[in-house]
Design a protein around this ligand. Structure first.
Ligand SMILES: Cc1ncc(COP(=O)(O)O)c(C=O)c1O
Length: 425
């Protein structure tokens, strides 16, 4: 068994992809994305919740419309957007089912979303008050279940929210409550019941309850069955709680999974630039990657699984290893791609490659033009196995693409009317 035995990468011609698209390159699998969505849908059917479950996949963790294309033809699925620019680009690519969860935003942005008619989960009483004053077509709210600093209406504000809605004679369409984020399944079910309680007590006319994201994904596991969230058990428990608490059958249950459906659809292929550098201080493997290609690993202290490949892209499986830090290509002191060392097998050298697994969520989208490193290319392997370039590799001058050849003075300010003279006594 090798590191890639369980991965769709095992059947991909990585040499061809590296030749055509270069490295670094993010490689995504359509088949894996469909499989992950189907797993959730099957769990919904088997738990008896099928007609009530809707999935809205957040766009910010993987913002490539080509990767998300399967959502167009899957019933009961859509996209979660947070920025007008995301919405506009997705409309251009033909997507039409959305919910909006924008965090805290200006009145003008709420007005924009209201022109689209999609449910907007507003995050403060102030924002709701604006939507009510402007007769917004639909009103939904985000409730901060953890009473944390996250955007969201706090538990202690719910009575005031009810009063505001009543004042304008309006009902909530939906309420969104974040249930996951590292909670155990038992804790999540506890929050689900709290949400049902809020629904019954405060908003019994709402049409949907949105349980948001935070469904656990195990980055350390190799086997698919161990990586993914237990949707089957979760749905069964939600159904049981809904029955016991008499939540009406027409109330829809929305979910916003990102990691669980996207993480293992992507791998980052990097080139190894030299043999391991061993110094009295540390061992370093130099790559052509960059910490900023996947900062979520560093931010979350997440050591993704890694597979090493030889010059012909065959996996190197030697059990003789050197523990080394994975270095990116910039001068930055912290340009280490993963937070901890990796075990580099004997035989890895300047003609080799490595694949960092489970980078389909929160990696390519967090890349910045960091210290002038251009963005990586993206390749999508279609369900029939054919590879497609979906994002060109950044050009070496990307950082300067808006640089003007000549400096241009800003237009002069229009002259202001002189202030009216005041006549003293
Ligand atoms: C509002 C909202 N929905 C969904 C998600 C996705 O969460 P996850 O990647 O844990 O599935 C996030 C993550 O930040 C979020 O903020």
């Amino acid at each position: 068994m090798t590191a890639l035995t369980h991965s769709w990468l095992n059947n991909i011609d990585l040499a061809h992809i590296a030749e055509e698209a270069g490295t670094p390159v993010f490689v995504y699998s359509e088949a894996q994305f469909r499989k992950n969505l189907d797993r959730i849908r099957t769990a919904a059917v088997e738990s008896g919740l099928d007609s009530r479950v809707e999935l809205y996949i957040p766009f910010f963790p993987n913002s490539n419309p080509h990767v998300l294309e399967p959502l167009k033809d899957m019933p009961g699925t859509g996209l979660l957007v947070q920025l007008p620019s995301e919405y506009r680009i997705l409309r251009r690519f033909g997507f039409d089912r959305f919910i909006v969860s924008p965090g805290h935003v200006s009145d003008q942005e709420i007005d924009f979303w209201d022109t689209t008619g999609h449910p907007v989960f507003l995050a403060s009483l102030d924002e709701v008050a604006h939507a009510l004053r402007t007769n917004a077509p639909t009103i939904s709210v985000r409730i901060d279940s953890l009473d944390s600093g996250k955007p969201g209406i706090k538990y202690a504000e719910l009575d005031e929210l009810v009063r505001l809605l009543k004042q304008y004679g309006r009902d909530l369409e939906g309420l969104e409550v974040y249930c996951g984020s590292g909670n155990s399944l038992e804790d999540m079910v506890g929050i689900v019941e709290q949400v049902f309680d809020i629904y019954l007590r405060h908003f019994p006319t709402a049409q949907s309850v949105n349980f948001a994201g935070g469904h656990g994904f195990d980055y350390d596991a190799w086997e698919e069955s161990e990586k993914h969230f237990d949707w089957q058990e979760y749905f069964i428990r939600i159904r049981q709680s809904a029955e016991r608490m008499d939540i009406p059958e027409h109330v829809k249950f929305l979910f916003e999974p990102a990691r669980d459906v996207l993480a293992d659809t992507g791998a980052l292929l990097l080139s190894v630039e030299r043999d391991v550098i061993s110094t009295p201080v540390s061992n370093i493997l130099v790559t052509n990657g960059c910490r900023m290609l996947m900062p979520s690993a560093q931010l979350r202290d997440r050591n993704h699984n890694v597979a090493f490949l030889d010059a012909s892209m065959k996996e190197i499986t030697s059990t003789v290893t050197t523990s080394a830090a994975l270095r990116g290509r910039t001068i930055l002191r912290n340009d280490y791609i993963l937070p901890g060392d990796v075990l580099v097998p004997e035989g890895v050298g300047a003609d080799g490659h490595l694949a960092i697994l489970d980078v389909g969520a929160y990696c390519a989208t967090q890349h910045m033009e960091f210290l002038n490193v251009p963005p990586a290319a993206e390749v999508l392997v279609a369900a029939d196995g054919s590879p497609h370039l979906i994002t060109s590799p950044g050009g070496e001058h990307d950082k300067w693409r808006n640089l003007l050849a000549e400096k241009r003075e800003l237009p002069a300010r229009p002259l202001r009317e002189p202030a009216a003279a005041t006549h003293g006594a």
